[in-house]
Design a protein around this ligand. Structure first.
Ligand code: NAD
Ligand code: TDX
Length: 339
């Protein structure tokens, strides 16, 4: 089996590559990533030693390069993780989000149509469903929930999802889509809530909580997401959407307090800052379909996953300290300087 994994130098894609190389030693995994600010080749250092792994620095919008790669590799499957993934950046500059999610996804699927494929899998997000009110804990996103997006990021993801479903209906492309809740774990880029708070707390810097910190996210350990995608690409039904989530809803403020406690830092570091524009209140996934059809259940409890994650950041300081020492400083100053 030859699998192209796009966006594999990012957070979830890299975890998926390690998961697959470990679980299927006979598979060949080809990572396609153009190494944006979020892509990091050092993340794939161990994978690069594996003869079954190939890294290609290619932009998924580059039609010629993608077609050449398909001619060389004859992939059986494509798993498309490549996207701009940070909501705050999408509010500053939507264009690149649309370019990669819409045009990039189209190029990948056109290549699949031209050269043939057993499965094209689109990695999507729960954010395509918009948000839920805090006072209705009985409500969850199912696969039937209408798409109703809030940010340029989630709109770009929803646009890609619609395109994927249209390629199935119009051209019969064998697609699947997964919509997962917030992931956390190793190699999470330090602009996102959990790693940002870990890095700031370790440096005794303010912990910038947006608004009142009451927004709720449904956190899933990244390996559980990888396991779900593995089940979908092998056993999921073509043309179907699968929601993935761990029934682990937590308020942002409680996440930040947990991190303070685990690191032995004072909650006095917590600083309430101006809210995100259009900030979604609550995400909550109903994962009944993937459980009933594919037997998927999350394995890692949050209490255990957050400890493992914090330990990973303590053991791998070089990885994230290198990231936050460069260009990232300018981003941080722009986003948080006068907030
Ligand atoms: P990330 O930002 O850490 O990684 C994205 C990767 O894609 C980077 O390596 C980047 O270099 C690459 N990339 C971006 N544009 C590209 C392009 N045009 N061509 C080739 N490569 C490109 O993102 P992540 O958090 O790992 O998310 C991966 C996917 O999962 C995204 O599609 C995201 O929407 C989705 N998702 C993320 C979460 C989450 O909690 N992080 C939850 C649900 C779904
Ligand atoms: O400094 C911060 N302070 C803060 O209060 C940051 C970076 C975030 N937040 C809040 C905003 C959100 O309510 O924490 C919550 C989580 O924020 P992010 O880590 O930016 O994630 P979110 O916006 O929920 O989106 C994530 O989950 C769904 C991923 O980045 C997306 O790619 C994925 O689709």
């Amino acid at each position: 089996m030859n699998i192209i994994v796009t966006g594999g130098a990012g957070f979830i894609g890299s975890n998926f590559i390690y998961y697959m190389l470990n679980k299927y030693p006979d598979y060949r995994i080809i990572c396609v990533d153009c190494l944006t600010y979020a892509g990091n080749l050092s993340t794939l250092k161990e994978a690069l030693k594996n003869p079954k792994f190939r890294f290609c620095k290619v932009d998924i919008r580059d039609r010629k390069a993608i077609y050449n790669l398909f001619e060389e590799e004859h992939p059986d499957m494509v798993v498309n993780f490549a996207a701009e993934s940070h909501v705050d950046r999408s509010i500053e500059n939507p264009k690149v989000f649309l370019d990669t999610s819409i045009n990039g996804t189209a190029v990948m699927m056109d290549a699949c149509r031209k050269y043939g494929i057993k499965r094209y899998h689109q990695v999507s997000t729960d954010e395509v469903y918009g948000d839920l009110p805090l006072d209705r804990p009985d409500l969850f996103f199912t696969e039937e929930t209408p798409l109703y997006t809030s940010s340029p990021y989630s709109s770009s993801k929803a646009g890609a999802d619609l395109l994927v479903l249209s390629y199935h209906r119009t051209y019969g492309l064998p697609v699947t889509i997964s919509r997962c809740s917030n992931n956390y774990g190793p190699y999470h880029f330090p602009e996102k809530l959990i790693p940002l708070m870990i890095a700031n707390a370790l440096a005794d810097k303010p912990l910038p909580v947006y608004g009142k910190g009451e927004n709720v996210r449904d956190w899933l350990y990244v390996e559980d997401h990888c396991n779900a995608i593995d089940l979908i690409i092998h056993n999921g039904r073509v043309g179907e959407v699968y929601n993935i989530g761990g029934h682990n809803e937590m308020k942002n403020i409680d996440i930040v307090k947990t991190i303070c406690k685990e690191l032995g830092k004072s909650e006095k570091l917590i600083t309430y800052v101006t809210d995100r524009k259009g900030h979604d209140m609550r995400y909550a996934i109903d994962p009944t379909k993937i459980h009933n059809e594919l037997g998927w259940l999350p394995k890692t409890k949050f209490t255990e996953g957050i400890k493992k994650t914090i330990q990973w950041y303590l053991d791998n300081r070089e990885w994230w300290e290198t990231i936050i020492s460069g260009e990232y400083q300018k981003y941080y100053e722009k986003m948080y300087g006068n907030r």
